[in-house]
Design a protein. Sequence first.
Length: 126
Amino acid sequence: MPSQNNSGVPVIHAPDGVGYRLMELPPELLEALESSTTPELRLESSATSAVLKLGTQSWALRQKNTSNALILLKAGNVAAASVQIPQPGLQVVSTIHDTIELIPEPSNKPATTAKGKWHERFAKGR
């Protein structure tokens, strides 16, 4: 059997110092952002959170922690620790533990207090 020198893809941890947050966009907001006309987005404050507004639609921004870290990778030439010659590999740009959730909000009511899933299950059993 011929021997193979397959050392895999080198991955180095080289964060760029930028704080990244991922945000899941509601379909109507995504459609507005992808349209040929530029939408007017406004970010306003409320008693409990920031509110993103597009026309008459509003979404409260909530930070959600995740138990599974999300890792942002960037392809490029990296120098592995054992080899000084740069070769194609991956660079870890950032590790994300928090995401931003957009919660639809009636424009005439203040934002509701966020409760986690545990609180919702606990309240149902009382």
